[in-house]
Design a protein around this ligand. Structure first.
Ligand SMILES: CC(C)(COP(=O)(O)OP(=O)(O)OC[C@H]1O[C@@H](n2cnc3c(N)ncnc32)[C@H](O)[C@@H]1OP(=O)(O)O)[C@@H](O)C(=O)NCCC(=O)NCCS
Length: 196
């Protein structure tokens, strides 16, 4: 009986504490999961460089470039990623967490190439990658391109599924990534007709 009298309020308090602790964690997770995508502008060159180096460190086999090549790029080089093409940055909690770039094919202006797609591991599986792909697709439609095209390593199933979800389909064309010997496949999507 004494135990009940003493323990009941204690239990209630600990349940309340637990509840507010769980609410706090849920809020934190929710704020962690919030992300936004914005177009990179002049001044973002160091952010772009840092993200690209993270991407090459995290997933060296996903890209045809190398860490050394990206490391050696100058501010002027990075500026060329901002225009006439486009780079979108993924941000969460005020921190840069991913990127994607787009550029018009110099020989065929109806085509935009999607490149350098990377999402920080903490933000994967939350729709952030989809938002990045759609940003390039939207930009491609805005500049009057008809098609978005990309190359992805054949064995990169996660990236392929992500692109397929956004409406990309394999064209049947394939090549070999020089630095790794991996097979890469081409995927395309109608610029104005990818899934939202
Ligand atoms: C490729 C990459 C950008 C894809 O990002 P991602 O977050 O992993 O991809 P998605 O947003 O499509 O999410 C992946 C999973 O989360 C799930 N998911 C997506 N959005 C979701 C959401 N809003 N809520 C819950 N789950 C979600 C998907 O169903 C998917 O599951 P599946 O793979 O079992 O089908 C990322 O994995 C990455 O940066 N990889 C390393 C670099 C790389 O390979 N780049 C591509 C070069 S071509």
């Amino acid at each position: 009986m004494v135990f009940e009298l003493v323990s009941a309020p204690l239990q209630r308090e600990s349940h309340e504490n637990q509840r507010s602790l769980l609410q706090g964690i849920a809020k934190l997770m929710e704020s962690d999961m919030r992300f936004e995508v914005r177009r990179a502008v002049v001044g973002d060159e160091p952010v772009l460089r840092a993200l690209r180096l993270q991407a090459l460190t995290d997933s060296p086999k996903a890209f045809s470039s190398t860490y050394e090549r990206e490391f050696a790029r100058t501010t002027e080089d990075w500026r060329r990623w901002l225009a006439p093409g486009v780079t979108f940055l993924l941000e969460a909690g005020g921190e840069p967490r991913g990127l994607v770039a787009g550029s018009r094919d110099p020989h065929d202006f109806s085509v935009v190439h999607l490149m350098a797609m990377w999402v920080h591991p903490d933000l994967r599986g939350r729709g952030a990658a989809h938002a990045l792909v759609l940003s390039v697709r939207t930009w491609a439609a805005e500049v009057g391109a008809k098609q978005v095209r990309l190359n992805v390593v054949e064995s990169n199933g996660r990236a392929r599924r992500c692109y397929e979800r956004a409406g990309f389909r394999a064209t049947g064309h394939q090549g070999v990534v020089e630095k790794t010997g991996d097979v890469e496949i081409e995927m395309i999507c109608d610029a104005s007709n990818c899934d939202k």
